[in-house]
Design a protein around this ligand. Structure first.
Ligand SMILES: [Zn+2]
Length: 437
């Protein structure tokens, strides 16, 4: 489709995907993989949620005029969104709900503010754990939602999840066991400005899920020149030891596993597929998807994303992340939110529990750093790479099996090897860590 190349070069500023200004939000109905591929290749528009019904197209001012001139039919999503959105809480009201939960359940919840958005709104993360004021050595899990401001379902569902955990802690054995043995971090809104402006981008017209360091384009994970919301999340991630996470979006219903940026298989592909399938299986609409068999998809096979959070979190932080698309419409009617929560509640809880499917080491001495080389032993013997650790702890989510962890402490020549075992559906007290001196 040559016309799209012509358009990208003449009508739009030629720019890398990371710098595309999102001032127009359109939906192009119909299925046309050739157009989609060519548009992605131009790097001057952003495409999202390609399904048999059509695809979303984002770009700077002039995009719709261009489509008009080519007689390409489209819908203006922002106009549609404005109407439905009126019923939703503002980001200030979401912040109040989180403050109320932290005040009501202070024994297990602590509201953290990890920085401010472009327009000065707090970026809030709820920490949930027993001994919540202390930083314990326990597997660390996180949910981040609504980095696309108009994909609002996940913001509501994560707030509902926080409230349910507060109510059920001490009464429901599954929730209690999870909270006691895990450090859970939930960020319902990574882009409060975008949600209040009823748009995908942040207040600088930037797509936050194209703004992270990219495993192909970037040689290091540097915050320089990135959007402020991305910088805050990068810093937050760097200070923690997350090993499993998910980020919530909307626009279709599917669990999307890495990689997003390249077609190669992920080193733990069987595991990420299984975890995605587990999420989908507990959600009736996802499981029965006609668009995505089994309710899951590989990211790049669906459409390539450069500078996304999912790949970044694993490449630079050993934090396995999937992307969950929660609703066909980005803004379903607000009264339908309880139904979406019902559909996703079990998936969300079981996915959090999966952080215990892993193994780690912890030292009784403080400030130990170094690296751990992991080899799976037994019938599927394979090397799984080497990982740096700091702060006297290391933990990695892994498929079931037996492993050798070869631990090299920084500043010493001594390497020690330990055998560890990973089993699913088993939550050990404060996680499956080997205590070292
Ligand atoms: Zn999204």
């Amino acid at each position: 489709m040559k016309l799209f190349f012509a358009f990208s070069l003449l009508a739009l500023t030629a720019s890398a995907g990371a710098n595309v200004k999102i001032q127009e939000e359109l939906f192009v109905p119909g299925k046309n993989p050739a157009i989609v591929k060519d548009l992605v290749d131009t790097g001057s528009v952003i495409i999202d949620h390609v399904t048999s019904e059509g695809f979303e197209l984002y770009g700077s001012k002039g995009l719709s005029k261009y489509l008009d001139s080519k007689k390409i039919v489209y819908l203006n999503m922002k106009e549609i969104n404005e109407k439905v959105l009126a019923d939703y809480p503002s980001s200030a009201e979401i912040a109040q709900k989180l403050q109320a939960a932290a005040a009501k359940y202070p024994h297990i919840m602590r509201l953290m503010n990890i920085g401010k958005s472009v327009k000065g709104k707090d970026l809030l993360v709820m920490k949930i754990s027993d001994n919540v004021a202390r930083d314990e050595v326990e597997p660390e899990f996180k949910y981040i939602s609504s980095m696309h401001g108009d994909e609002i379902t996940g913001r509501e569902l994560t707030v509902s999840l926080i409230e349910e955990i507060g109510e059920k802690y001490g009464r429901d054995s599954e929730i209690t066991e999870l909270v006691n043995n895990t450090e859970i971090f939930i960020m319902p809104s990574m882009n409060p400005d975008g949600s209040d402006l009823k748009q995908r981008a942040n207040a600088n017209w930037s797509d936050l899920n194209r703004n992270f360091p990219d495993m192909i384009r970037d040689t290091q994970s540097s915050p320089n020149g990135r959007q402020i919301e991305v910088q805050h999340v990068m810093k937050f991630q760097g200070e923690r030891q997350f090993s499993l996470s998910a980020n919530f979006h909307g626009g279709t219903i599917v669990a999307n596993y890495p990689w997003d940026s390249k077609y190669d298989a992920h080193p733990l592909e069987d595991l990420v597929k299984e975890l995605s399938t587990q999420y989908a299986e507990l959600n009736p609409e996802m499981r029965n998807s006609r668009e995505f068999p089994g309710g899951i998809t590989n990211g790049a096979e669906w459409y390539v994303v450069r500078g996304g959070m999912q790949d970044w979190s694993y490449v630079w932080h050993n934090d396995l992340q999937i992307t969950v698309e929660l609703s066909h419409t980005k803004w379903p009617a607000y009264r339908d939110i309880p139904g979406f929560y019902k559909d996703n509640r079990d998936s969300m809880v079981h996915y959090m529990k999966a952080v215990h499917r892993g193994a780690g080491i912890k030292f009784s001495r403080s400030n130990v750093s170094g690296s751990v080389s992991i080899r799976q032993v037994g019938p599927v013997a394979r090397d799984l790479g080497s990982y740096a650790f700091k702060g006297s702890e290391f933990y990695k989510v892994l498929p079931d099996g037996e492993y050798t962890f070869s631990v090299q402490e920084k500043g010493t020549s001594k390497a020690s090897a330990y055998n560890v075992r990973v089993e699913k559906n088993l939550i050990r007290a404060n996680g499956n860590y080997l205590q070292l001196n």
